[in-house]
Design a protein around this ligand. Structure first.
Ligand code: SAM
Length: 336
């Protein structure tokens, strides 16, 4: 699932507009000061992924309406061996790795191709530290021949550093998470990644494709209400993280709608009543009238040709594009 540039600024960009006090504030407090008093209010999407949010997202991936995970898994099941053969990578770095469930298909294929213990390294990168640690422990037990090196980091930070390797490196970004960025943020992200990769390294990108609006909206507004809980959990993150009074998740309604001009699903939280909250940590009141909306996430859907142009403009030459039989999702392998 996926925010836009305005909702997920790099630190360097945000520094230009922040006061000295705001600059001294870090983490959730800084992002709340930056985003909650904007019109419309917003927060970077990464704050959706605390421990509970990560668990809820994992639940979302198994919902009948949420087709992207099943489609991407089908492509990986069919083509992981092709990815190994095309890249011969010795290190795989996965950005926003979550539970690394689908990644197991790649780990199986790379392990089979590099039977020498310790010759293949997997670096899962995620902001959700609990999920990252648990996943890394389980993977270390399940893949004794693979070196697992978990890295708690924000992949939107500039100067992304990838571990060195003698052979090729493969950066992996699955789940359609790239859709969380708006076009400007995507451009910066691809450029940053291209800078971090060396010539001959590879990038494997999972993208959800444009399709019927009804299916798209249903995938972000499921009948069981799990995505609604996932979205409203952001209010809990704010309440507990910033020690808020007068702020309750139940006072917000989950909204998912298709923005046809931008080719994206947008998630919002609409106030069911007047909100009159106070953040102890910020020493500030936050007021929203009933009906006002907080922007929480975007999930852009792609056209394959436009995606190719975006990657190639950043110096990432497309090698192969695989889609599932229904043409719902694409995995694009490109080379620096
Ligand atoms: C849509 S989920 C995808 C998870 C997994 N890759 C998949 O395909 O199912 C996005 C993942 O990225 C992580 N994430 C979100 N924003 C991040 C950021 N700025 N830096 C690092 N990880 C982030 C979340 O914690 C979550 O695990």
């Amino acid at each position: 699932m996926t925010p836009e540039r305005e909702a997920q600024p790099r630190t360097s960009e945000r520094d230009d507009t922040r006061t000295e006090v705001e600059k001294a504030t870090t983490g959730l407090a800084a992002d709340a000061l930056w985003g909650l008093w904007q019109d419309p209010p917003t927060l970077p999407t990464k704050w959706l992924y605390d421990e509970r949010g990560s668990r809820l997202f994992d639940e979302i991936t198994r919902l009948p309406e949420y087709y992207p995970t099943r489609r991407e898994t089908a492509i990986l099941r069919e083509h992981s061996a092709d990815i190994v053969a095309a890249t011969h990578a010795e290190v795989m770095v996965e950005l926003g790795s979550g539970t690394s469930t689908k990644t197991r298909l790649l780990l199986d294929a790379f392990s089979a191709a590099t039977p020498d213990s310790g010759r293949f390294t997997y670096v899962p990168v995620d902001v959700s530290s609990e999920m990252l640690t648990t996943t890394a422990d389980v993977l270390s037990a399940d893949y004794p021949g693979v070196e697992i090196v978990p890295l708690g980091a924000d992949f939107t930070e500039p100067d992304l550093h990838l571990p060195d390797a003698d052979g090729a490196r493969l950066a992996v970004f699955l789940g359609g998470t790239i859709g969380n960025f708006n076009p400007e943020a995507r451009r910066e992200f691809y450029q940053g990644l291209a800078k971090a990769l060396s010539p001959g390294d590879f990038f494997l990108l999972g993208t959800d494709l444009v399709k019927d609006t009804g299916r798209l909206v249903a995938a972000y507004d499921d009948k069981a209400g799990v995505t609604a809980d996932f979205n409203r959990n952001l209010i809990e993150v704010l309440r507990t993280g910033l020690d808020a009074r007068g702020l309750y998740a139940d006072d917000f309604e989950h909204i998912a709608r298709w923005n046809p001009g931008e080719h994206r699903i947008e998630m919002w939280l609409r106030a069911r009543r007047d909100i009159d909250a106070y953040f102890e940590v910020l020493g500030r009141a936050w007021r929203l009238p009933a009906g006002a909306e907080v922007h929480t996430e975007i999930s852009t859907k792609f056209e394959p040709d436009a995606l190719r142009d975006e990657l190639e403009s950043a110096g990432l030459q497309v090698v192969t594009v695989w889609t599932d039989p229904a043409g719902d999702f694409a995995l694009t392998l490109s080379r620096r």
